[in-house]
Design a protein around this ligand. Sequence first.
Ligand code: F0G
Length: 364
Amino acid sequence: MPSPLTATAAWPGVITHYRDRVQITQSVAPVTLLEGNTPLIPAPALARALGQGKAEFELFLKFEASNPTGSFKDRGMTAAITQAVADGAKAVICASTGNTAASAAAYAARAGLQCVVLVPDGKIAAGKLAGALSYGAQVIAINGNFDDGLRMVREAAERAPIALVNSINPARLQGQKTAAFEVVDALGAAPDWLALPVGNAGNITAYWLGFTEYFNDGITSTRPRVLGAQAAGSAPIVHGRVIEKPETIATAIRIGNPARWNEALLALDESDGEITAVSDAEILAAYRQVARLEGVFCEPSSAAGLAGMAKGVREGWLDLDGQRVVAVLTGHGLKDPDTAIKGAAEPVTIEPRIDALLGLLSLS
Ligand code: F0G
């Protein structure tokens, strides 16, 4: 009899596919939802728009929303939860702006672990809360921000028998670096630039780890330059200081004191990269643009990297002409239906009659 996984076994998830590279204790079967292997979508119309007549370049979107819980966090969570099981943990905890919470909850459910998540009260997108609750996590809303939550869960993991699965856990980076491998495996080489949003700075650290590993092993002869983007109201790395009260519509990256700050600086330095702050208006413009020009719906935070590209080209400090660029779209647009609907024209309601419909059509 075929195994129940036969239909999907072609892609086994990131731990098994990259088993020689993902450095976690591989003494137990991976806890996997077959994450990874996400599409690298060519985006020529968006590239033309972002080039603003000043640059012609090749653009690909690494669509991390295609992961099982709708964000890139699943790559790191398969590794962190597998490691937790190998370590004999019975419960896991994290602070989160939403996506980590949903991902931790899903993988913990699959492993039969208890899961506790701390989220900033009222500052988490509906789809993320829905996910975390559905997968059965204990969701605790705090009257504070992500940074407060991270401080609390760090201490909780020191004082109680519960494993921390935020990206300060090294297993998370081991899983997340596989996205860099996939980019190189798909393109046959490293891109010239990698653009991505930066919040707690785990992902920029993980990509750099992955590109560097392939580079050191001679699989690529170059590494990309990294373009990081933070939201203007939450841009500690850009400003070089902790932001006590971070604010932005891009709630996923509403973070004022990133845990992987130093590693992000190293990635930016070693890659000869750039980090920039983009306003909420710029983020929302890029968020709508990628959906309308390419049919790709990401959450607002994910569009920060695109907004950073637009800003750099407009201001003249980012020369993308002739370059090959990969922009990481970290989470799905469906995670945040409220922002999507609020910014759009309201649907028209009509009577169920054909003349009412035909009267509304303006086809060219
Ligand atoms: N994009 C999305 C959609 C995110 O959810 C996050 C982080 C980031 C970008 C930034 O990645 O933190 O590695 O620099 N979300 C975390 C969470 C903080 O709790 O879900 P980072």
